[in-house]
Design a protein around this ligand. Structure first.
Ligand SMILES: C[S@@+](CC[C@H](N)C(=O)[O-])C[C@H]1O[C@@H](n2cnc3c(N)ncnc32)[C@H](O)[C@@H]1O
Length: 359
């Protein structure tokens, strides 16, 4: 349904005590902005507020924040909240609503605004044209933003009518360091007692379209977000294992960036002894590749994930002997490879091997 321009919406929202006029100025102080210090739950894309208003009135021991991008629906959420609290004869002191673009939510929330739970209900991006997937509120890049203020063990409750969005979200959540602890492809078949039907849920149900739903829990992680001009451009984490030589210097044994793992050059040191595992090229190649395999294992990958290697040899005449051992570690389709003779290798090793793997 097309919503008309509502010139009265902003003045009415500005006059409302639980509507936040300038959410950016609240960054880092959301907890203090409530009367009672208690867990915060956030609804992203709250729309007309049918869900938020009933949830908030039923749980005075939780503080609720409803976010939507447009005043045209926020004004209806405001009126719904007024109505529900009036019926319950309570002050709306545990709920706030605000106008904010969720794709830029980092402007209004930081790690001190610890949120316990996020609800995302029927959140298809408006524009279904090119690149619309990146604008999904459950896209991996969005989930990485929510991680910044969602506490470890905090939950995301997600509902949708859209099969593609749900199928893709089953990948987005684990990719962003969440564990999906519950899911259903038809929420109303055995409707949980905690479910509150949203406006869109009701509409799609009447059209015979089942509601898909999941609950995902944030796992603690070493992922770090990398920002450029205040936008997240990637996440990366260092991989460490005692089953490969320790990184001695300003580098990591490996780094995972998104779904790509970059393994540093491995010389044939046995981590158990700190010495070369062998003096010949076959034994040294085996140890370098064993180190790589152990690092990949730590990252949840194996040699079949490797797409590219670089082999540095002290003596290119060792190529054949290196190749024989190398072939034991990989199966077809083999990774791409470059092999060089290097002027010198660390500790006078006969071989050093690095690789790139994709998970
Ligand atoms: C399909 S409606 C669903 C509304 C409600 N959650 C429901 O289930 O009935 C999606 C809502 O998400 C809001 N929305 C979509 N993208 C948004 C964004 N980037 N920032 C803030 N709100 C957004 C829209 O304005 C709209 O109100």
């Amino acid at each position: 349904m097309r919503m008309r321009f509502k010139p009265y919406a902003r003045p009415e929202l500005n006059a409302c005590a639980f509507s936040v006029d300038d959410p950016l100025s609240q960054k880092g102080t959301w907890h203090q902005s409530f009367v009672r210090q208690q867990p915060i739950h956030l609804e992203l894309g709250c729309g007309k507020g049918g869900f938020l208003s009933r949830l908030a009135v039923a749980h005075p021991d939780i503080n609720y924040l409803g976010v939507d991008i447009t005043d045209k629906v926020l004004i209806l959420a405001k009126r719904n909240i007024d109505r529900q609290y009036a019926a319950a004869q309570r002050e709306p002191d545990n709920v706030k609503i605000m106008s904010l673009d969720i794709e830029r939510i980092y402007n209004a929330f930081d790690a001190t605004d610890t949120v316990d739970r996020i609800y995302i209900n029927f959140c298809n991006p408006w524009n279904k044209k090119c690149g619309h997937k990146k604008h999904r509120l459950t896209h991996t890049k969005q989930l990485l933003l929510y991680r910044e203020f969602l506490k470890d063990g905090g939950e995301v409750y997600f509902k949708t009518d859209d099969d593609d969005l749900f199928a893709d979200s089953l990948h987005y959540f684990p990719e962003a360091g969440f564990e999906i602890v519950w899911k259903t492809f038809d929420l109303h078949k055995n409707e949980p007692e905690w479910n509150i039907r949203t406006e869109h849920e009701q509409m799609f149900t009447e059209m015979g379209i089942p509601t898909k739903a999941l609950i995902a829990v944030k796992k603690p992680s070493e992922f770090k977000l990398v920002y450029k001009k205040e936008k997240v451009v990637m996440s990366k984490k260092a991989i460490h294992t005692p089953n490969a030589p320790a990184a001695i210097g300003p580098y990591s044994q490996a780094v995972q960036a998104g779904n790509t793992i970059y393994v540093s050059g491995q010389i044939p040191i046995d981590p158990a002894t700190g010495e070369f595992a062998a003096t010949d090229i076959a034994g040294q190649t085996r140890q370098s590749l064993t180190n790589i395999r152990n690092i990949l294992k730590e990252a949840g990958a194996d040699m079949s994930n490797v797409v590219k290697t670089t082999v540095l040899l002290k003596n290119i005449a060792d190529f054949g002997a290196m190749n024989e051992v190398y072939a034991e570690f990989f199966e077809q389709p083999y990774p791409a490879r470059a092999a060089f003779q290097a002027a010198a290798l660390p500790k006078d090793a006969l071989v050093e091997i690095e690789c790139v793997a994709v998970v």
